[in-house]
Ligand binder design. Structure first.
Ligand SMILES: Cc1ncc(C[n+]2csc(CCOP(=O)(O)OP(=O)(O)O)c2C)c(N)n1
Ligand SMILES: [Mg+2]
Length: 410
């Protein structure tokens, strides 16, 4: 093709391609046909002060007794609370099974979220299937509570090279190990979705320690400026591996970190499942309504070591762990639901049975030897493999072929 034809073709493509957006389309009104995307000029939700309550929101006391009702955080419907309980029981059983699988050599590593069941499960119940979730390595329980196959959830921790599930199908990003990177991804996705006129909310999980990372600050700042519908959910479990909260921040609450970016925030008792669901439901509604991001800090506790490879007795006292055992979120919700008359011995036994069946199925499937093609190690390293990579691939292929010949002879 001569130069003139190429230019003509390019010009044609440029003029006929649908206009995507211009910089000034960020103003209310947006591109034609797309509902107004709230901009920095949109006034903030007047009902939401930037500062969180001085005390974490709590609707049940640690024994499961209801506290006075709050008009700002109405109690979720009882059916939702019953389902929350069921998924928390299943989640806890999943968690103990995953820890056992590390001891059997079936998982390379597992970061337990025992003690954080209220946060893990209520968070995914507060969003829709069409919303996006951005988890960290700690959120395996949240992902199974979202309905993702537990074997797919554990694929990465088994040592496979991919995350097991299809992120676009389940609208859940791969679990992030590099701290806080998911905060930026969530801001970008939420911005894009809102810009295209969809009311998707992005829920980004983050730990207390990771709020010291630059990506957390960059993500929340971007989301605030562009009013991207993100809920940043900080699970303050008191430790970043061995580093206690007192060495992480001098702020009175991690929720205060939202204020500097113009993001309204709230603190919640992270071991009170009813309060976590109520606070996150409102935070998600705030973001979905076009008011921009929201930050929630849940005060909770990691009952187990950082991962199965950690020895927590080297940096924390057993008495501290025991004190948190008394604030167990599963027992707390069970007591409350029994008192409300929506849970009895038979229902508790049935849910426990479901949890056992769930764990047994997980055990069986995790004990099957995975079939992984060793040559897939070389896929997706570069779009065009380098000569060295081609050579190494050939070396491995030849070794595998020789090994299978030997097996055949023996
Ligand atoms: C950028 C980066 N720095 C350091 C690490 C190592 N690291 C892994 S987990 C972790 C602690 C994170 O603590 P926190 O954010 O409180 O989450 P938690 O593990 O308690 O859920 C650290 C420092 C990492 N994964 N990524
Ligand atoms: Mg932590």
């Amino acid at each position: 093709m001569d130069l003139e034809s190429i230019i003509r073709q390019r010009k044609h493509r440029l003029t006929t391609r649908p206009r995507r957006f211009r910089r000034d389309d960020h103003s209310p009104g947006g591109p034609q046909g797309i509902p107004a995307y709230p901009s920095a000029a949109t006034p903030p939700d007047p009902a939401r002060p930037l500062l969180p309550d001085a005390e974490p929101v709590r609707l049940l006391d640690p024994s499961g007794t209801p506290l006075p009702a709050r008009t700002d955080y109405p109690e979720p419907p009882v059916e939702a609370l019953r389902e929350l309980y069921r998924r928390m029981v299943l989640g806890r059983r999943f968690d103990t099974q995953a820890t056992a699988l590390t001891k059997q050599g079936r998982l390379a590593v597992y970061p337990s979220s025992r003690g954080q069941e209220a946060c893990q499960v209520a968070a995914v119940l507060a969003v829709r299937d069409t919303d996006w979730v951005f988890p960290t390595y700690r959120e395996s329980m949240a992902l199974v509570a979202r309905g993702i196959d537990p074997v797919e959830v554990l694929t990465l921790l088994r040592g496979d090279w991919h995350c097991g599930y299809d992120p676009t199908e389940v609208r859940t990003a791969p679990q992030c190990t590099p701290l806080a990177t998911q905060c930026v991804h969530a801001a970008g996705l939420a911005h894009g979705e809102a810009y295209q006129g969809r009311d998707t909310v992005a829920l980004a999980f983050i730990g207390d320690g990771a709020t010291s990372e630059g990506d957390f600050h960059e993500g929340i700042n971007f989301a605030a400026v562009f009013k991207a519908p993100v809920v940043y959910f900080v699970q303050n479990n008191r430790y970043a591996i061995s580093v206690p909260l007192s060495r992480q921040t001098a702020a009175p609450s991690l929720a205060y970190k939202g204020v500097g970016y113009g993001v309204p925030s709230e603190q919640v008792d992270g071991n009170d499942p009813v309060a976590v669901l109520a606070v996150l439901t409102r935070a998600v509604a705030h973001a979905r309504a076009g008011n921009g991001p929201f930050l929630v800090e849940a005060h909770t506790y990691r009952m187990e070591p950082h991962t199965n490879a950690d020895d927590a007795s080297r940096y924390r006292d057993g008495a501290e762990v025991d004190a948190w055992r008394d604030r167990d979120p599963v027992a707390r919700l069970e007591t409350y639901l029994r008192a409300r008359g929506v849970l009895d011995d038979a229902a508790v036994a049935e849910i426990a049975e479901q949890a056992e069946a769930y764990a047994a199925d997980l055990r069986t499937r995790m004990n099957e030897q995975p079939t992984v093609d060793p040559l897939s190690l070389f896929d997706h390293v570069y779009a065009e493999p380098t000569p060295q990579l081609v050579e190494q691939r050939e070396q491995v292929r030849a070794e595998l072929a020789a090994a299978s010949d030997e097996e055949g002879v023996a």
